[in-house]
Design a protein around this ligand. Structure first.
Ligand code: WTA
Length: 635
């Protein structure tokens, strides 16, 4: 029997050793015993990080939806697969059984086929957190179409860029979405985006908020009538292990967003296996991850990982503060949630509101608490532990990335002793390395360096859509033969890892990755702006917030600064989305630069943090005088 479910720390160490001693044998056993294959693989793993090329379970044939749905039909047909909790607490929650999910996915898959979607085609999904989102994802997977989910908070230009980058033939959206007390008009965002996307043939529109919307003839179709007509039988497309399952965009430190490509078999095995062990999911637990399916956390740990394990997974449409700050706890009580997985930014926002919201609700069902997306500060960790878990529910601080597909460094609940702010130990099969400034691996404990992974794992992204060279340059060029994560980390005296944050120009704001370059490019488009530089600074709730240093052109200097601030943030909202708005803007005479013209962000970061005591040697700068004026202006 393979070690599919690890139950204590000794077993973790034993299985970990086994998984790194002979990774192929280890993963073969897991794959063989716990998944459904149409044909087994010819070779478990081949890899070469210098190209980079990685293949897992090559030659195997499967469909991931058979693993997520069909194989449960006999044993768990009537069990709830998805609990849908609507934005409005007065609207009834939906319980979708595995049988019902099967029907709805097959119908949706048939609608895709009737609309000319075939294996390998790209389908963009731009939907709020309603059941159709999970069903659309699975319907694409059913017929081998590659889904590209775009978070429905992105603006029309960000959406257009993502649609065009991977040539989507179809967009699936809704008439609008509920978000707390507000409604958002998603369809007009899509209409605006499609003005510059000539490849899109069809737009399927789900009805959610029942508003009047514009429907473009021969392009836009209401989804529900098509679903009603469609057959409930849809044979799964038989996929190769390495066929792409989905594309998901993530910000880079430079240029356009990167379409990370995930393949089928390895992603399935790893997302399912991590889900089971990190959260120690046991039937009939109810599991709830508060992320949006528009992010990787939602892909792996709302949809694929839980469903592959026959779990009950909650999908929440709303926000933590609507109708008030008790909402999360009300949902925990209502659905008797056993595992609860959220982000530090949400924990901090809830903590700020005090414990009275928690005290009104019975949280005794909670067994495991999870956190993801950014480093969790000690205060938030303790608040979560004391008040939500009542010191009885272990906190799994899970470090991972869009690129890694699944959780990489984490405690296993009830196995790994936790330590505040530490993601603790590598997951089974994961071989981390910390690197020093000279590119050497740091051996032993009590070291601090750049975090790399030195051996492939099944769910790693295989490439960046349309740009393999960028994949290589971004992740495999900093250190020879290693995947570079872009994060810094330290390893303590017992070998526990603590993620210290990004070491590149990605800033994590409320758990969302934002690249500085695309935001700067947007600001620089403003006619009054000469140049700009963005850095992060600590923020009580968001973790980091954005600080923009902006130099105006001569013509801009006479402008009213408050108006300029508004215009610049509006431009960012239009081009990227409201999540990328700047919290602070400082208009500067110039930006500190090296003699080769590179902006010295280190200095700007320190000023933004209010720490100007030790700026280092500024005399070698091209323009040392601007530093003083920036410090003055920041006061
Ligand atoms: C950060 C989210 C500290 C990290 C799954 C990583 C974390 C980036 C943690 C990826 C954590 C994620 N502790 N930092 N537990 N989890 N991060 O692609 O900087 O949206 O590189 O994936 O978030 O963000 P992404």
């Amino acid at each position: 029997m393979s070690n599919y479910h690890i139950k204590h720390l000794e077993e973790y160490y034993q299985v970990y050793r086994k998984s790194v001693r002979n990774p192929s044998a280890f993963w073969e056993e897991i794959a063989e015993e716990h998944f459904m294959w149409r044909k087994k693989w010819d070779n478990v793993l081949s890899w070469d990080f210098s190209k980079p090329e990685v293949k897992w379970f090559e030659g195997a044939k499967l469909n991931i939806t058979e693993n997520c749905i069909d194989r449960h039909l006999f044993t768990r047909g009537d069990k709830t697969a998805i609990i849908f909790e609507p934005n409005n607490p007065d609207e009834e929650a939906l319980h979708i059984s595995y049988k019902e999910l099967h029907k709805r996915v097959c119908k949706f898959a048939n609608v895709l086929k009737q609309n000319n979607i075939k294996k390998g085609d790209r389908v963009c999904i731009y939907l709020p957190m309603i059941p159709e989102l999970a069903i659309a994802v699975l319907a694409c997977a059913r017929i081998g179409a590659i889904h590209s989910v775009v978070f429905a908070g992105f603006s029309s230009s960000a959406l257009a860029a993502r649609i065009n980058d991977c040539d989507c033939k179809m967009v699936i959206t809704s008439d609008g979405s509920y978000r707390g007390a507000k409604t958002l008009d998603l369809k007009s965002i899509v209409d605006e985006a499609l003005k510059s996307c000539s490849g899109v043939e069809t737009v399927l529109v789900a009805k959610r908020i029942n508003t009047e919307i514009n429907m473009v003839e021969n392009r836009d179709k209401w989804l529900q009538p098509l679903l009603e007509e469609a057959s409930t039988d849809c044979e799964p497309e038989i996929m190769d292990a390495e066929d792409p399952l989905f594309i998901l965009y993530t910000s880079g430190s430079t240029g356009t967003p990167k379409g990370m490509v995930h393949s089928t078999a390895g992603y399935m095995v790893y997302s399912a296996y991590t889900f089971k062990n990190v959260f120690q999911y046991r039937e009939p637990d109810v599991y709830w991850c508060t992320a949006d399916i528009g992010w990787i956390t939602g892909h792996s740990y709302i949809v694929y990982g839980p469903l592959c394990n026959g779990a009950t997974t909650v999908m929440f449409e709303g926000v933590p503060n609507y109708p008030n700050f008790s909402r999360f706890w009300e949902i925990v009580e209502k659905h008797k949630v056993n595992q609860f997985y959220t982000a530090p930014t949400a924990i901090r926002a809830l903590a700020k509101e005090g414990v009275s919201h928690l005290e009104k609700h019975d949280l005794s069902s909670l067994k495991v608490l999870g956190t993801v997306g950014e480093p969790i500060n000690e205060e938030a960790w303790h608040w979560y532990d004391d008040n939500v878990g009542k010191k009885k529910a272990p906190i799994v601080d899970t470090w991972w990335q869009t690129e890694t597909g699944g959780i990489m460094i984490t405690p296993l609940a009830f196995c790994t002793p936790t330590k505040p702010t530490y993601a603790t130990l590598p997951f089974i099969g994961i071989q981390p390395a910390l690197m020093d400034a000279d590119g050497n691996e740091l051996i032993g404990n009590q070291v601090n360096g750049n975090l790399c992974i030195k051996f492939p794992w099944p769910s790693m992204a295989r490439t960046i859509w349309g740009n393999h060279q960028r994949y290589k340059d971004t992740y495999f060029s900093a250190y020879e033969n290693k995947y570079f994560t872009g994060d810094g980390a330290l390893r303590d005296e017992v070998g526990y890892y603590r993620i210290t944050g990004r070491v590149d120009d990605v800033i994590i704001v409320s758990g969302h990755n934002l690249g500085t370059a695309p935001i700067e490019d947007t600001i620089n488009e403003h006619p009054a702006v000469a140049e700009s530089a963005i850095v992060g600074f600590p923020h009580e709730i968001k973790g980091n917030a954005l600080y923009g240093y902006i130099t105006l052109k001569d013509t801009g200097e006479s402008r009213n600064q408050d108006n300029l601030r508004k215009e610049i943030n509006q431009l960012i909202t239009d081009q990227i989305g409201p999540i990328a708005k700047l919290d602070k803007m400082q208009f500067t005479q110039g930006l500190p630069k090296t003699r080769s013209g590179k902006i010295m962000r280190r200095i700007l970061r320190k000023i933004a943090e209010g720490d100007t005591s030790n700026l280092g040697d500024t005399s070698t700068l091209l323009n040392p005088e601007v530093v003083e004026s920036i410090i003055e202006g920041a006061k």
